[in-house]
Ligand binder design. Structure first.
Ligand code: ZN
Length: 146
């Protein structure tokens, strides 16, 4: 096996060897580098391949989208709860207003009935009865005579 064939592919990443570390202090097994080996040597956290970067961008976008959907779902749920509470409150207020209106209407009816009864009774009374009623209201007689 020739040297070229022996060192063609990196054993760690199974990628083609493109670079050789010529530093004397570097161990023999670490001298032959594929692109990933090279990246690891430079700064593993801040260097990535194009393909990897594109995948990372895709994942980031998908994560942001998921987060946005979740946030909006929570907002919708909160608003729906508020809407439901306000609707309940509206029904309660309408109930109270209805009761007040019924009460006012019933009072008006009672007063109107009183008036009608008074009117019809006064027609039935004879003059003598009216004199009788007048004599019961002594204060009125006094006021009138002055
Ligand atoms: Zn490698």
């Amino acid at each position: 096996m020739s040297f070229k064939e022996e060192r063609k592919v990196c054993s760690k990443h199974q990628l083609e060897i493109t670079t050789i570390d010529l530093k004397q202090s570097t161990a023999k097994e670490d001298k032959y580098l594929c692109i990933k080996c090279l990246i690891e040597k430079i700064d593993i956290q801040n260097i990535a391949l194009m393909d990897e970067t594109q995948i990372m961008i895709k994942e980031m976008k998908s994560e942001q989208q998921t987060l946005k959907i979740k946030e909006n779902q929570i907002r919708i749920e909160n608003l729906k709860q508020i809407e439901c509470l306000i609707k309940q409150f509206k029904v309660q207020i309408e109930d109270v207003i209805d009761k007040i209106l019924i009460n006012i209407h019933s009072r008006v009816q009672t007063i109107e009935q009183d008036l009608e009864e008074y009117d019809s009774k006064s027609k039935i009374y004879k003059f003598e009865d009216k004199v009788e009623i007048l004599s019961k209201h002594s204060s009125f007689i006094l006021e009138f005579s002055i």
